[in-house]
Design a protein around this ligand. Structure first.
Ligand SMILES: [Zn+2]
Length: 352
């Protein structure tokens, strides 16, 4: 056990904590920047099983911040889940790594999270985050929500009221608000910048992924009370570090109080269809509000040529030579034939 001797020396971990870490199974949803950073740290720490899910392939633009991938992965367009799994096995052959090349959807998320102890957020879109929140609340799994954009990131662990179903349990008095208690609705499509329109600093990813991993390890060794449960924002570029207490779960929360799992039930998940005879996929998000096309045009100005009016915006994305048209209601036409790729591009450039 020489491999883990330095972390076993920490009084909070010790031999017993190391055994708990070794018997744990963690689901990492998305192995982009945050997922790579967290998977790297958790594999080195000896988490017994890492199940990593991702729908994308490695691209050259990922290498600046996605620490498990290299030039050869990008040149070969390797699926991220596979490339990450191979790298993690080289880092630590003693652990089990389960790669899943899948788009996380209401149909598969329960089987993916089944038998896991904790879910870690490596996502790039809000729709899937609200789906994961539904699953965490429904099944009682801790969910470590995180995100990063520009030079700033945030982490917020969610310990649902149901009290834990895997190896990590807690009394209801220790439960935290869920994602919907804090952010009742996801931002409307196109309302916020994304990493692909506003950029992202590599060290910010390192900071956020490290914080997520520390919280995961802390929960896995049963160090419940001392775990940072705040909404913690961090910006290493400007030296900012803020903790905001999130209080108790909201008594009128549609998810953790009323148990309405709108994303898991499929009612809030966007639909996609290929348009026959054309190399175009149509994406229809389930959103109530309309898209702020003016803000969207500003976000997209770095991505390529943008034109349009108050009813639709069209962009020719320079990097991948794909045309995308977005309408007021959030509906988009993406100029590719592959549905999964269309979703990826929508999440990257429009953001939902
Ligand atoms: Zn809630």
């Amino acid at each position: 056990m020489a491999r883990y001797s330095r972390q076993e020396l920490l009084p909070d971990i010790g031999l017993e904590g190391q055994h708990r870490i070794a018997s744990a199974k963690v689901l990492i949803v998305g192995v982009g920047a945050l997922g790579c950073g967290a998977a790297d740290l958790l594999a080195r720490a000896g988490v017994g099983t890492l199940r990593i899910v991702d729908r994308d392939v490695v691209e050259l633009t990922n290498l600046q911040r996605q620490v498990l991938f290299d030039q050869a992965d990008a040149e070969a367009c390797r699926p991220k889940a596979l490339a990450a799994a191979e790298r993690l096995k080289e880092i630590n052959p003693e652990i089990r790594v389960e790669p899943c090349i899948e788009d996380v959807r209401p149909e598969n998320i329960l089987s993916l999270s089944n038998d896991c102890d904790l879910i870690l957020d490596g996502l790039d879109n809000f729709e899937t985050r609200y789906l994961i929140n539904d699953v965490a609340v429904k099944t009682g799994l801790p969910y470590i929500y995180a995100g990063a954009i520009g030079t700033e990131g945030l982490v917020m662990p969610i310990l649902p009221k149901s009290g834990g179903s895997g190896s990590i349990t807690w009394p209801e008095s220790e439960a935290t608000p869920c994602l919907r208690c804090v952010f009742p609705e996801p931002p409307s499509p196109g309302s916020s910048p994304t990493c692909d329109t506003a950029g992202i600093l590599g060290p910010t990813i390192g900071t956020v992924a490290a914080h997520q991993s520390a919280i995961a390890m802390s929960l896995l060794v049963g160090r419940l009370e001392q775990t940072d449960r705040s909404l913690h924002t961090m910006d290493p570029w400007n030296g900012i570090n803020r903790r905001m207490a999130t209080g108790d779960p909201r008594s009128d929360c549609p998810c953790c109080e009323k148990k309405h799992f709108e994303w898991l039930d499929g009612n809030r998940i966007s639909s996609t269809d290929s348009i026959c005879g054309r190399e175009v996929v149509q994406i229809r998000p389930r959103t109530d509000g309309s898209v702020d096309l003016l803000a969207l045009r500003t976000h997209l100005k770095n991505a390529g040529d943008v034109r349009g009016d108050t009813h639709a915006v069209q962009v020719d994305i320079q990097e991948c030579d794909v045309r995308m048209t977005i309408f007021e209601d959030g509906r988009a036409l993406v100029g590719v034939s592959d549905i999964s790729l269309a979703r990826t591009l929508y999440d990257r450039y429009i953001g939902a």
